[in-house]
Design a protein around this ligand. Structure first.
Ligand SMILES: *Cc1c(COP(=O)(O)O)cnc(C)c1O
Length: 425
């Protein structure tokens, strides 16, 4: 990096999830194309994690870039209370055409955490508007729903949330559903029976930040069934799993019972612009359809439904629904499965998990599985040295590439992972 810029970065900028001292200098990216990030000193780094799980169609995609440029020239932004515009309307139509059929309304925000905050507030006010006393929220152990306070409150408590503990609202956590289905369903039912449960929030089928932990559609469907029985609003946090990540457009598509509210973000714009969306069903809407002004959902952000972000999302939608992209998702899924089968018996490999375009493998270590696991400090630089960006979660290495990745590029990542495992003592 140019020295002066490097110094300025160090002096001026506070990077996310990065200690202010002791962290390696950030890598200076000058441009990016397809699956590659180009550094200013001529390196080409393969982005195997889709830049924090947002990129779908490769970097600097020309089709999305054109849509963004055209939109910026005609309407860059307008207040969204009392005003509307074509990109948002078209996006609502696009999203409702692929979201589960019970979803009927789109609320815009600008990232995953706010999409979750909106979902939680929508569910809480639902009961308030109905004049029913229900306040408990159920979540799943190990959950990650974002970094704002509501989102943190329904997420797993740990080193990231410790400083804020006194400010987080109470949440009831059920065990991660990978043991006996009967036990977990009974646990959920016991909590539901106590009454007072307003909502159940979950990452459908895959807990992303929790370590790419996966569970079966059958048990989730069972949980949703009980929630329905006890009139508990179900919130699917599809911020990570949406837009083809799990092999279907939404992870909720693997279940027969549909959530009342769905939060999406990350892949929505193909990884180009920040945008969050919270969709809900007619049932949720009904509690707000009132002449009583006080039943209004009083929530909004300055950049709600930003037209440029919406235009990017519409362009990404076109690409996603294209046959080529759908074939790519299937192709990546199949490659992942083949690699999983070939690596599963490796002496240093614990469980191998894959669903759709996500592949995760646990490295056997002596220490407990957690984010600050020692091995993480070895994995990250090892692959960066080989010009592959992998950002392990503790001892879990995962790949979730942009959908345009080729089989050759996938093979390069698989080979590097195998070599890494082989050289471990
Ligand atoms: C990333 C993520 C969020 C938070 O999204 P941000 O855009 O980073 O705020 C929420 N839920 C899940 C499941 C996520 O993976």
């Amino acid at each position: 990096m140019h020295n002066t810029l490097a110094e300025l970065d160090k002096k001026n900028i506070w990077h996310p999830f990065t200690p202010l001292q002791g962290a390696p200098d950030p890598i200076f990216i000058k441009s990016a194309e397809g699956v590659y990030l180009h550094t200013d000193d001529g390196r080409k780094i393969l982005d195997a994690v889709s830049s924090w799980w947002v990129n779908l169609h490769g970097h600097s995609n020309a089709y999305i870039a054109d849509a963004i440029a055209a939109q910026a020239r005609s309407l860059e932004h307008v207040i969204f209370a009392g005003f509307t515009h074509e990109p948002a309307i078209r996006l609502s139509k696009n999203l409702l055409s692929i979201l589960p059929k019970n979803q009927s309304r789109i609320f815009f925000s600008d990232n995953g955490s706010t999409a979750v905050e909106v979902a939680l507030k929508m569910a809480m006010q639902y009961w308030h508007n109905e004049d029913i006393e229900k306040t408990k929220i159920i979540a799943i152990e190990g959950a990650y729903h974002g970094d704002t306070f509501g989102a943190m409150s329904v997420g797993e408590r740990g080193i990231f949330t410790d400083p804020f503990k006194p400010y987080l609202f109470e949440t009831v956590f059920i065990d991660f559903p990978n043991g006996s289905d009967e036990d977990i369903l009974q646990q959920f039912r016991d909590i539901a029976e106590q009454g007072d449960v307003a909502a159940f929030i979950y990452e459908p089928l895959v807990q992303g930040a929790g370590g790419m932990r996966m569970y079966a559609p059958a048990v989730l469907n069972g949980l949703l069934e009980i929630a329905e029985e006890y009139d508990i609003l179900c919130i699917a946090d599809e911020v990570f799993t949406g837009f083809g990540r799990t092999g279907k457009l939404f992870a909720s598509d693997y279940c027969t019972i549909k959530p009342d509210i769905i939060a999406v973000s990350k892949g929505i714009t193909g990884g180009t612009m920040p945008l969050g969306v919270t969709a809900c069903s007619d049932k949720v809407l009904a509690a707000y359809q009132s002449d009583d002004f006080l039943k209004t959902f009083f929530h909004g952000h300055s950049y709600t439904a930003n037209p440029i972000a919406c235009a990017a999302a519409n362009a990404s939608f076109d690409l996603l629904m294209n046959e080529t992209c759908q074939q790519n998702i299937i192709r990546i899924s199949n490659e992942h499965l083949k690699f999983s089968a070939s690596i599963v018996g490796h002496r240093r490999v614990g469980t191998v998990r894959s669903l759709g375009t996500i592949l995760a493998l646990e490295i056997k270590t002596n220490t407990i599985t957690s984010y600050d696991n020692e091995i993480r400090k070895k994995i990250y630089p090892y692959f960066l040295d080989k010009n592959i960006l992998l950002r392990p979660l503790g001892n879990v290495i995962y790949i979730l590439p942009p959908y345009v990745i080729t089989n050759e590029q996938l093979a390069e990542i698989y080979t590097a992972i195998r070599e890494f495992l082989d050289q471990l003592s």
